[in-house]
Design a protein around this ligand. Structure first.
Ligand code: OAD
Length: 239
């Protein structure tokens, strides 16, 4: 592990990947901490296309709760520190997030790729039209499309589905000078593999997490702790 402090200049291309850990201090539960159950469900039981086919009511109930939790949460110092970094770097800063809670958007980050979707949106399984959850009747157990009456589903990338923006993400990773990973356990692919590719392509890789993740070997610099505590100070040092 390299102990030198990284210096970022505005010409460097910086890509950040975030996971559930960055939203933990906003009160959003992570996936794999604690007993491995998520609101008493195994993640796979509510986050697969098969689960939605078998029991769409359960899956919708679950994501309506996630939506309420996200809407009620507020961004924390970790989210705001990344907004500061983006302000310093402009379009050389890109943020890839696995989180669906929308907190980076609400904090004010702009260059965001929501690779796993967004809990504030849904789309029609028949005609693919997208809707905001705030625009549909949430009291209906199974919301239907106002255009074609097809069943709506949460705009979440479930297990077995292909994440969004993979082409753009690949280009970013191949061209990054610095690749920073925050608050993710490094267990869900393809995101867990991004740091390896970035490192092999010559980026300086930096990790921040409450505990050591599975892919720790690919980090040049690693900081153990809470993102909301560490990020504001680290970003001051990097800039
Ligand atoms: P995980 O729950 O797997 O990992 C969260 C990581 O954040 C853990 O390693 C924690 O130790 C760490 N952590 C907790 N609090 C933290 C804090 N305050 N600061 C820094 N780190 C902290 O969540 P993800 O890695 O994001 O996919 O999970 C990846 C994907 O698995 C999710 O996007 C989700 C899930 O299935 C979908 O829903 C499609």
């Amino acid at each position: 592990m390299n102990m030198e402090i990284v210096k970022i200049n505005p010409l460097m291309k910086v890509t950040v990947l975030t996971g559930a850990g960055i939203s933990a201090e906003s009160g959003i539960k992570t996936f794999r901490d604690g007993d491995g159950l998520w609101e008493n469900h195994k993640v796979e039981q509510v986050a697969t296309p098969e689960a939605f086919e078998i029991n769409p009511e359960l899956v919708w109930d679950f994501y309506k709760q996630r939506y309420q939790a996200s809407v009620n949460a507020i961004p924390n110092q970790g989210h705001y520190a990344l907004v500061k970094l983006e302000k310093a770097l402009g379009s050389n800063f890109k943020l890839i997030t696995q989180n669906v809670d929308g907190l980076h958007h609400r904090a004010g980050s702009r260059n965001i790729l929501d690779m796993h979707g967004n809990v504030e949106r849904c789309f029609c399984t028949k005609c693919r039209k997208h809707f905001k959850l705030s625009d549909i009747d949430m009291n209906v157990r199974l919301p239907l499309c106002s255009d074609c009456h097809g069943l709506l589903r949460p705009d979440i990338v479930w297990f077995g589905e292909i994440p969004y923006h993979l082409d753009a993400i690949e280009r970013l990773i191949l061209n990054s000078n610095i690749f920073i990973v925050i608050g993710t356990s490094g267990t869900v692919y393809p995101a867990a593999g991004f740091v390896m590719t970035a490192k092999y392509k010559g980026a300086v890789t930096i990790g921040i997490n409450l505990e050591k993740p599975h892919n720790i070997d690919y980090f040049d610099h690693f900081y153990v702790g809470k993102a909301g505590d560490l990020l504001p100070e680290l970003i001051k040092q990097w800039l």
